[in-house]
Design a protein around this ligand. Structure first.
Ligand SMILES: Cc1cc2nc3c(=O)[nH]c(=O)nc-3n(C[C@H](O)[C@H](O)[C@H](O)COP(=O)(O)OP(=O)(O)OC[C@H]3O[C@@H](n4cnc5c(N)ncnc54)[C@H](O)[C@@H]3O)c2cc1C
Length: 330
């Protein structure tokens, strides 16, 4: 009896889309390998820990569920101790959220940890190119290494980065990504030795100024060590205007914008760091859960297919997995 070998599948990206896709393939008896360029899982669901030990959720702020499958996923994450509801004190006059907000118990990045259990994930592996060799895919990694002999590849990077890989591979899928638009976001991580006297813990600032969102980190991580930590997100317009500035230049500019916009200057900071999310939020999605070239065994997906939220990344990842498994007859 001959046993046909399990197809070799690579998923590019270990954000929610890539992990949801890989986990679903694993459930169907396949063994994908996930390749991730950064040092940790989660992509834009990010938690930064400073050398001093401060923790900041400086990417996605919370997760909401409309899709029953994603709601069930959140319940499973909550049961695993990875997720919990978050109900911070909002600015006066804010509308109550229509759906519960969920966050990771230890931060947004660890929220995806349970999805990756049992998966083969390779971190600090940046895919720099895709090419066909003997009817299979070869992925080039930075550092000159190759992953060869792949039967299927799914890319789950943000649309502009996915487009570069698709174009390099000569894939006709590349052009469709031009329809997708994204906006950047500068995030500021602040810690103060004295509390910042703001009458809320988190919320959107809807006055069209440079700052769009603030969140007190103790409302997420708990604990009271006398340090008041905040994450501040600049608006898409401000972020776009200051996109190519250095983090060092952005910190004082955004701090001064923050003071004049809120009318309550923050106390002197003991931590002030900026992070640029170049492709933070989808402003025009593709309008379908993924793109596929089944003959070439190439797929691409991510939040940008359906929207700007973690739930959209999950939906795209699960749909990708279904299409890949069907094409491979699994
Ligand atoms: C500032 C900010 C605030 C947000 N707020 C919210 C919110 O409150 N609620 C919400 O639901 N959503 C929010 N979002 C959006 C949410 O974070 C995303 O929708 C979701 O995390 C996207 O998941 P993804 O897997 O599609 O993409 P990503 O999380 O971007 O994952 C893609 C992964 O691919 C990797 N990658 C890229 N290129 C390569 C390569 N060449 N080789 C290997 N790996 C590669 C990246 O490192 C990354 O880990 C926010 C995003 C930002 C930035």
């Amino acid at each position: 009896m001959t046993v046909s070998p399990s197809p070799r599948i690579a998923i590019v990206g270990a954000g929610m889309a890539g992990l949801a896709c890989a986990r679903e393939l694993h459930r169907r008896g396949l063994a994908p390998q996930v390749l991730e360029k950064s040092r940790g899982l989660g992509g834009r669901m990010a938690t930064r820990r400073t050398e001093r030990g401060d923790r900041f959720d400086h990417g996605a702020q919370f997760v909401t569920a409309r899709d029953p499958r994603f709601a069930a996923e959140l319940q499973a994450l909550a049961q695993a101790g990875a997720a919990r509801p978050w109900a911070p004190r909002l600015p006066a006059g804010s509308e109550a959220p229509r759906r519960p907000w969920w966050i990771g118990t230890q931060g947004m990045r660890p929220l995806v940890g349970p999805l990756a259990e049992a998966l083969e994930v390779r971190l600090q592996a940046t895919v720099t190119g895709l090419s066909r060799h003997d009817g299979r895919w070869r992925l080039a990694l930075d550092g000159g290494e190759y992953v060869d002999g792949l039967d299927a590849v799914a890319i789950t990077a943000p649309a502009p980065q996915a487009r570069v890989l698709l174009e390099g591979a000569g894939s006709p899928l590349a052009a469709a990504l031009d329809a997708v638009e994204t906006a950047p976001c500068w995030a500021l991580m602040l810690a103060f030795g004295t509390p910042w006297a703001l009458p809320f813990e988190a919320g959107r600032v809807e006055d069209g100024g440079p700052v769009a969102w603030l969140a007190r980190q103790s409302s997420r991580f708990g604990g009271d060590d006398g340090i008041d930590r905040w994450v501040v997100h600049a608006s898409p317009a401000w972020s776009r205007e200051h996109l190519e500035r250095t983090p060092e230049a952005v910190v004082p500019q955004l701090l001064s914008a923050l003071a004049s916009q809120l009318g309550t200057p923050p106390p002197p900071s003991i931590v002030a760091q900026a992070h640029r999310w170049r492709y933070a939020m989808t402003t025009r999605p593709l309008g379908q859960p993924f793109l596929a070239d089944p003959a070439a065994r190439l797929w691409v997906g991510g939040d940008w297919c359906l929207g700007a939220r973690v739930e959209n990344a999950f939906q795209s990842g699960v749909a990708l997995a279904g299409s890949i498994a069907d094409a491979l007859g699994a």
